[in-house]
Design a protein around this ligand. Structure first.
Ligand code: PEP
Ligand code: MN
Length: 276
């Protein structure tokens, strides 16, 4: 067992990654695989608090949750907006968590920056250049999701748009791309994770929830991402997934959180890393 672990480590290409600090004692892109977990959308104080409590209970440090939701249909739940940000901040403070949440447009960016610790730019906005430039003027880290129909080159150029305004604290997020496959919502591009780790200074995390669209595949996809070198994961959990107001079918119940962490930790260990 030890031999094979050593072999894996020795065969790793030298990492170029420049870690992005989230807190004095936490960064993405270093030895630790950072798991960012939470609901797809902030729906209520109680729902968000239950998730945050469980995330913190096992040592998680980053809570995800959308207050502004980019929905394909305008008739779907589009998030609580400012109230959602206030809920996130209240529960994150209670459980000493950091927050990653999406800025849907330039208009929301100041508020999202004020309330969050990591500014998320969503897949649909990867080439929303005014938003990239505005995020590039902030002093907080930016999580840049890959557009679901974007090439790796377009994704990296989008990151450069952010960096061109001075903010180089960029974390890339592979969240699955649209392919001919219909059995899954998207195809998690594990190749992309390994490639950007080898060719860019940016840490890269994976989103196995949107990357698969299926709760029964999320843990396997997370394991694969960490094996490919991902520096972290962004994953959706809900106290009662069938009742989730968005992405119910890809959301794991809180009861799956311990097993999810255990499995990801086992792969991380084989890669010479730990999880948080
Ligand atoms: C999300 O993570 O909340 C989200 C909307 O994902 P994406 O932008 O990847 O679709
Ligand atoms: Mn979602």
């Amino acid at each position: 067992m030890m031999d094979s672990v050593m072999e894996i480590r020795e065969n790793q290409p030298a990492a170029l990654t420049t870690a992005v600090a989230l807190a004095p004692d936490l960064s993405v892109g270093g030895a630790t695989v950072v798991i960012m977990a939470g609901p797809c959308a902030v729906e209520s104080y109680e729902q968000t608090r239950l998730v945050a409590q469980e995330v913190a209970r096992l040592g998680g440090r980053v809570l995800r949750g959308g207050a502004y939701k980019p929905r394909t249909s305008p008739h779907s739940f589009r998030g609580l907006g400012r109230e959602g940000l206030e809920i996130l901040r209240a529960v994150a403070t209670e459980f000493d968590l950091l927050i990653v949440t999406e800025a849907l447009g330039v208009e929301e960016l100041p508020l999202v920056t004020e309330y969050s610790d990591i500014i998320q730019i969503g897949s649909r906005n990867m080439q929303h250049f005014p938003l990239l430039w505005a995020a590039g003027e902030q002093t907080k880290p930016v999580l840049l999701k890959r557009g679901f129909m974007s090439t790796i080159d377009e994704w990296l150029k989008a990151a450069e748009h952010i960096a061109s305004r001075g903010n180089e604290q960029i974390i890339l997020c592979e969240r699955g791309i649209r392919t001919f496959e219909t059995a899954t919502r998207n195809t998690l591009d594990v190749n992309a994770i390994a490639l950007v780790k080898q060719t860019t200074p940016f840490p890269v995390i994976a989103d196995p929830s949107h990357g698969t669209g299926r709760a029964d595949l999320v843990t396997a996809a997370a394991r694969a991402a960490v094996a490919a070198g991902a520096d972290g994961l962004l994953v959706e959990f809900h106290p009662d997934p069938p009742r989730a107001l968005s992405d119910a079918e890809q959301t794991l119940p809180l009861t799956a959180w311990p097993g999810f962490r255990q499995q990801v930790a086992a792969i991380a260990q084989a890669m010479g890393r730990e999880i948080i």
